[in-house]
Design a protein around this ligand. Structure first.
Ligand code: GLN
Length: 496
């Protein structure tokens, strides 16, 4: 079946706009003004942003126009308006993590990814909504705003990078950065019909990303097509001395991997990702994707990752243990909120009780529990052992195949409130994405169709560590071959 398009119009990509800029068909200031105008039109419904930086954006756009007028070469990203998840620090701009705890926190420094983007003359329209401290899968855990799915306002945008996906989907940003600890880039990208990549753990610096679970967190791009993912990844990748888990060595030019050819590529289909819980329409879209690759000469291989069934349990122990430790710093002394009290302990207790939302408090409690000396071996250590087994199974699979094809999520987006009061139901939706973070490998989600209810379906491609290039190649080929799956912005009027 063909993927249906609803409403909408085509919002341009980074690479299309770059051409227009250097050919002087449009100026960066005009472009930035146009995206701001469109953003103002759609934001009342979509609510992707927590704060704006329009003035700064226009000043930066002007600087790009000056460079172009002076005949200087500009980068692919120069002057193209994007936006940044609100857990990534930009010096002098609020970074709230969508939490009351950090509602007024202004970081005194910028993340490494932001410094790198500055070198590219990037333009940012503001900071994007998310689940509080990136904990969640629907952005309903934000303490500071509500973001809706641009395809249907009754449905969640996914999470935790809900603002990152919704803004790009709605055309209120041409590209964005998100963060992914257990699927938070890929799952909202799939719910909103855009492209999102979680790079290999250590490929992109985490310096200046407010920590959730440090051994799982990665920053990555959300864009309108696969070429744009490569462009943004090129800008943010690289070794960083300020991140001790950063992978050393040179990085390739990821746009060189955009080759429209999958002949003889071995694509693994791990059967554990296609179990009974998979939504039939998602299954059908995956089968069509597999057929597309087959037709193009790829070799489809059934593989097994038997420990996938333990991934959720292991993830929710490791992630929460790390979170409980990382969030211990919010004691009312050094950062953010302080609720006054007569003594230090009361001050800290009141601050943490009022500053953290329900889900964050639940996770701190669970994380602290699994780290208690009496339970450490039974829970935390066991989870680390399972994590190693999961990683080994992926390594083994990549001996046989070049990449893996799975759904990004077992279902399409769901309605507000449907899972918000049932944390376990929400956690279960992460089954396809969390094994990837546990293994540290890269994953990309690309649009693979629409459900009969008019909601996007995402397909996930996974590769070995530092195997981003093979993912980009396979994703790019799919996108070229299946224009029927191409995304359109569903909200508002034509952008340019
Ligand atoms: N939904 C997952 C969680 O709630 C993943 C979150 C993320 O990747 N930041 O932990």
């Amino acid at each position: 079946s063909r993927c249906t398009r609803i409403g909408g119009f085509a919002v341009p990509t980074i690479h299309e706009l770059h051409k227009k800029l250097v050919n002087k068909e449009i100026s960066a200031v005009e472009l930035t003004k146009a995206v701001i105008a469109h953003k103002e039109q759609v934001e009342p419904q979509v609510g992707a942003y927590l704060s704006d930086s329009h003035e700064e954006a226009l000043a930066k756009a002007q600087a790009v126009d000056d460079k172009i007028a002076a005949g200087q070469e500009v980068s692919m990203l120069a002057g193209i308006p994007g936006a940044i998840k609100d857990n990534i620090c930009i010096e002098g701009q609020k970074a709230t993590c969508a939490s009351k705890m950090l509602e007024n926190f202004v970081p005194p420094y910028s993340a490494t990814v932001i410094e790198k983007l500055k070198d590219q003359d990037f333009v940012s329209l503001g900071k994007l909504n998310m689940d509080e401290f990136a904990m969640g899968g629907s952005t309903e855990n934000s303490a500071l705003g509500k973001t809706t799915n641009p395809w249907n306002k009754d449905y969640v945008p996914g999470g935790s990078s809900g603002g990152s996906a919704a803004s790009v989907s709605a055309g209120s940003a041409i590209w964005s950065l998100g963060s992914d600890t257990g699927g938070s880039i890929r799952q909202p990208a799939s719910f909103c019909g855009v492209v999102g990549m979680k790079p290999t753990y250590g490929n992109v610096s985490r310096y200046g990303l407010i920590a959730f679970a440090s051994s799982l967190d990665q920053i990555g791009p959300v864009t309108r097509d696969v070429r744009d993912v490569a462009i943004v990844l090129n800008a943010i990748t690289g070794h960083d001395d300020k991140d001790s888990t950063s992978i050393p060595g040179e990085r390739p030019d990821y746009t060189k991997a955009l080759i429209n050819d999958v002949k003889n590529l071995r694509i693994g289909v791990p059967k554990e990702f296609y179990g009974d819980g998979l939504n039939p329409e998602v299954r059908k879209a995956m089968e069509e994707a597999i057929d597309t690759y087959k037709k193009l000469g790829a070799q489809i291989v059934e593989v097994s990752l038997p420990s996938t069934k333990y991934a959720l349990s292991a993830y929710y122990i490791v992630a929460l243990a790390e979170a409980s430790s990382n969030l211990a710093r919010y004691d009312g002394v050094s950062y953010g909120l302080r609720v006054p009290a007569d003594n230090l302990v009361d001050m800290s207790t009141k601050t943490r009780s009022q500053g953290f939302g329900k889900e964050v408090q639940r996770r701190i409690l669970l994380g602290t529990y699994v780290l208690r000396s009496g339970y450490y071996d039974a829970y935390y250590k066991k989870a680390l052992q399972v994590r190693r087994v999961i990683k080994n199974e992926f390594d083994q699979a990549f001996q046989e195949v070049d990449l893996l094809l799975t759904p990004t999520a077992p279902n399409t987006s769901y309605k507000f409130g449907e899972k918000a009061n049932d944390p376990l139901a929400m956690y279960l939706e992460d089954i396809c994405t969390v094994p990837v973070n546990l293994a540290g490998i890269p994953g990309i989600s690309i649009p693979a169709g629409m459900s009969s209810a008019g909601l996007p379906i995402g397909m996930q491609l996974l590769g070995p560590a530092m195997g981003e290039e093979v993912l980009l190649r396979a994703a790019y080929t799919f996108e070229q071959e299946r224009p029927d799956c191409k995304i359109v912005a569903p909200t508002g009027e034509a952008l340019l």
